[in-house]
Design a protein around this ligand. Structure first.
Ligand SMILES: Cc1cc2nc3c(=O)[nH]c(=O)nc-3n(C[C@H](O)[C@H](O)[C@H](O)COP(=O)(O)O)c2cc1C
Length: 373
């Protein structure tokens, strides 16, 4: 049997196979960041018996969003929409965790109640764009403005927002939550010295820079208990104008600190992928792969980034990760685990319909129909 199709335990999640759907922002909420019928259908199509879906980046705050029509989890309507979606996925035997997202300096005032973005330090994410709708109703990229450095006294409020989002995710019936600490968003802005110049106990030493992320996990653990909270990191990522003087040391330290927190899993984006987009090339000061961090982390690892079924299988065979998350391939292959099981051909994805729009290029990819099996 393929390793990809063998059962695995990730904290309190018991899964029948290891083909995970990676979180993918598709900008398809109904209105007000509420998951509606279109999204429910999309996730339902991708559910599989004993599988794991990671729902897309979801704003934890009304004051921090980067993509028009991305979902939130801070209103009753949003929570109710997610609940319906989770029920649809559970009905097919799949589990689903929600990716909790605070973009920090990668927030657009237009999508954040007019507020200036907040960040560890007033350092702009250069050459990085969010997406808003213009007057003609078309999506357009928009550079992020300069953020405001957080007062230390505000951090408590951010943790409270996170707690409320985690409570809502639990009430909506999710199986767990994944802290989005990758791709240049708020927890990573604190972690890396290229975006954190604070002089209080949230900046400076590695211990201080990791504090925000680790405290976030502790808050999530308080709500969820151990084994249902996960963290996503991108130790080689430069998306969002991110850089660090010593990424290897930074991420080794971080994952060691995560050990006692009893995560469901640690989710690592491999060096060949840069950020949340589909760029396949980039430059890295020090690539840090799952294989490197494996020696420092004792729990279950999900690796993501540029995997095809064959190299995903060999990654698992080598023991460099425990599960593999697929992003783009899941957009065009709703039945990806079945296709892997039977070696059915894979449909190619269409980048033009990744972000925003209707059912086209979203929920209109059919499951594979075989005439022999
Ligand atoms: C359309 C699109 C949306 C994405 N949205 C998210 C997101 O919401 N959260 C996240 O952590 N990564 C996001 N990513 C990154 C993917 O999770 C994944 O790491 C990346 O696509 C590389 O994996 P792949 O080669 O299997 O596609 C996104 C990627 C794409 C293509």
């Amino acid at each position: 049997m393929k390793a990809l199709l063998s059962p695995v335990i990730a904290g309190k999640l018991q899964l029948d196979h290891r083909v995970v759907m990676a979180p993918t922002t598709r900008m398809r909420t109904a209105q007000g960041g509420v998951p509606g019928e279109l999204m429910i259908e999309y996730y339902r199509q991708r559910a599989s018996q004993g599988g794991l879906l990671i729902a897309e980046a979801t704003a934890v705050s009304p004051f921090a969003n980067a993509y028009e029509d991305a979902p939130g989890i801070f209103t009753d309507d949003q929570q109710a929409g997610w609940q319906r979606l989770v029920e649809a996925v559970h009905a097919l035997g799949s589990q689903i965790v929600l990716q909790l997202w605070h973009p920090g300096r990668q927030s657009l005032p237009e999508l954040s109640a007019g507020r200036q973005p907040i960040a560890p330090s007033a350092l702009i994410a250069r050459d990085t764009y969010g997406v808003v709708k213009n007057h003609q109703g078309a999506y357009e990229g928009k550079l992020f403005p300069e953020p405001r450095a957080l007062e230390k006294s505000e951090i408590k409020g951010l943790m409270e927002e996170l707690r409320q989002a985690a409570l809502r995710a639990r009430a909506a019936g999710f199986d767990g939550v994944e802290l989005h600490a990758a791709n240049g968003y708020l927890p990573e802005q604190f972690l890396l010295d290229g975006s954190n110049q604070r002089t209080d106990n949230y900046g400076g030493s590695l211990e201080n820079r990791a504090r925000f992320l680790l405290e976030s996990v502790e808050i999530l653990n308080e709500v969820w208990g151990k084994g249902r909270v996960a963290v996503r990191i991108s130790p080689s990522g430069i998306y969002g104008d991110m850089h660090d003087s010593h990424p290897t040391a930074t991420f080794r330290y971080l994952v060691e600190q995560l050990n006692p927190l009893g995560l469901a899993y640690l989710h690592i984006i491999e060096p060949r992928i840069v950020g949340p987009e589909d760029r396949e090339t980039g430059h890295y000061s020090e690539p840090v792969a799952s294989r490197d961090l494996r020696a420092f982390y004792q729990g279950t690892l999900i690796a993501a980034g540029g995997f095809k079924p064959d190299d995903a299988e060999s990654m698992l065979q080598k023991g460099d990760a425990d599960l593999i998350a697929f992003g783009r391939l899941f957009t065009s292959n709703p039945d990806l685990p079945e296709r892997i099981r039977h070696a059915f051909p894979l449909a190619t994805y269409n980048r033009d319909t990744f972000f925003g729009g209707d059912a086209r290029g979203y929920s209109d990819y059919p499951a594979y129909v075989s005439d022999g099996v």
